[in-house]
Design a protein around this ligand. Structure first.
Ligand SMILES: [Zn+2]
Length: 107
């Protein structure tokens, strides 16, 4: 399916736009965001602060697990960040094991 504006490039951004068109504000403003109840959650245009997720993410920043966690939070219209998410500076002496750290995060 082609971009709603240029019809040339494939849709890769919310509002049925391609990347080039989506990042031009004057173009993006011409198209309404998708309604919140559309079944394709990956195409929902979500902006702003959502509710804080119920559980912190204990995957390290930059790992695939962390990115998947962020995607799930965005699809659920939650804030991307939890105050107790694992951060690199929380790791005094990290012991790495398959992309996750084996440490306890202090409050
Ligand atoms: Zn386009």
């Amino acid at each position: 399916m082609g971009c709603r504006h240029c019809g040339r490039d494939p849709v890769s951004r919310p509002r049925g736009l391609c990347r080039s068109c989506y990042y031009v504000l004057s173009i993006r403003d011409q198209y309404e965001p998708a309604p919140a109840n559309v079944p394709d959650q990956a195409n929902v245009d979500f902006c702003g602060c959502g509710q804080v997720p119920t559980e912190p993410c204990l995957s390290l920043p930059g790992t695939t697990a962390k990115i998947l966690c962020l995607a799930e939070r965005a699809a659920a219209r939650q804030s991307l960040w939890h105050p107790r998410d694992l951060r690199l500076w929380h790791l005094p002496e990290p012991r790495w094991s398959q992309g996750t750290a084996e440490v306890e995060v202090e409050d």
